[in-house]
Design a protein around this ligand. Sequence first.
Ligand SMILES: [Zn+2]
Length: 450
Amino acid sequence: MTMRSTCAVGLALTAVACSDPAPDAPLSTVVAYEGATLITGDGGPPIGGGVLVVDQGVITDVGLAANVTIPEGATVVDLRGKTIMPALVDLHGHLGYQRGLGYDEANYTRENLIDHLNRYAYYGVGTIVSMGTDPGDLAFQIQAEQQAGTLGGARLHTAYRGFARPNAGPGAAALRASAYGVSTEEEARSRVAELAETPADFVKIWVDDRGGRVEKLTPDLYRPIIEEAHARGLQVIAHVFYLEDARELVEAGVDGFAHLVRDAEMDDELVAAIVANDVFVMPNLAISERGRHAEPPAWVDDPLLLESVSPEVAARIRASFESRTPEGAARATESYAAMQRSLKKLADAGARLVLGADTGVQDHIQGFMEHRELELIVDAGMSVGDVIVAATSAPAKVLGVDTGLLAPGKRADFLVLDANPMYDITNTRRISAVYLNGQKLDREAMRAAW
Ligand SMILES: [Zn+2]
C-alpha cells in the first residue's frame, strides 16, 4: 500500500501542462495553514497564531500572522487551537523483519518495508534510518522511488549492512546475517569501499560482546573502518555497551553512538570527550526502560498503540512484562538510572543528542515507541524544547536532509497536534494530522487496513 496520493504529482504536471486553465481551477498550488501554534524545531519559542505556507511539498514561509503574506489564491486551512511541529526524524530503526507475530529475514520484502514506512508515517515519523540491517538493495530501490516522488511513507535512509565480527553483530538472530562479518583489516577496508559505492548514509559498527557470548569488534578492526569511512565521506555510528569501548571509540574518531553506555554511568571525562569531538548520541532509552517493569506499564494499553498493533502482538508485549521478576526489575531500575544520569550529564554539557529509538526490534513498535522515547528523555531531565530539537532538526542535520524544521526551503513534513507538547511531551501523541511532502496522510484508511 502506498499512501502518497497522485494529486501532488498531478498538480505539478497540471501546472506545467495546462497553459489555459479552466476558470474555476485553483488559482494557486499554495496552501496556508493558519492560526496554529508553531514549534519550528530550532529550539526557539513557539509562535502563537502562526502561519505556515506550503507550495508543492516545500515550506515557503513561516511566522507570525503579521509577518507572513499569504499569496493571493492560496487555499487557507484554519488550524486555530492546534499545534504544528516538524515530523520526527529517527536515526535508528530496523525495518523489514517483523510481520505480525513473526520476526524473520523471510519477512524482508518490498511489501513489508513499505508497510513499515507507512507505520512510521502514521505516527508522525517522517524520516527513518535503517541502522545496518538491510541485507540487500531493496532499501535503495525504495529510497530512489521516494526521491522520485512515486512512493510515500516515511523517508527511508539506511546504513545498509553494518560491521561486526562474523555472526556477532545485531542482538536478534533474525538480523545477524545482514551484517558484514570482518576478521582482518583488509577485509574491513574492502567492505567499507564496497558500502561506499552504494547510496548508504552511514557506516554502522557493533562493538559489543553481548555479555561474553560473541567476539567483540576490536580497535584494530574498527579503527581502519572509521579511517576508510571518513576517507569516503561517510560517518560511522557505533552500537556500544561498555564505557571503556565508548572511550576508545571517541578517541578513534567515531561520529555517533547508537546507544548510551549501559554497564556504568558515563564519567565526566567521557562526557567531555564526546562534547569536544562533537559526537552525536542517541539516548535509546525505551528498550532498556522496559526491564524496570515487572507489571505491564500503562503505555501497553494506549489506544494509539493498539491502532497499529494486532491483539496477538499486544498480548505478547503484555506477557513480556509478566515474565519479569521483581529482582530483575530492581536490577534493571538501577542500571537504567545510570543511563538517565549519563543522559542528563550529556545534555547539561551541550552534547549533540538525537532521536534513535531502535524501533523495529521485535515488538518495539515502529512509530509509537518514538513517542515513548521522547517522554523518557524528558523524564531523564532534558527540557521539552531541547527534546523536540533532538527529535527533529538535530537528527536532520546529522543526516543532511532538508526536513525537521519549519523553515522556508524545507520539505513540508509536519504534524498537526490537538495539544501543545511544550506543556506535556506526551501531547506529541495527540496527532490530528500528519503531512509529508505537503500531503496529508489518510490515517483513517491506514488504520482501517491494520
Ligand atoms: Zn538497533
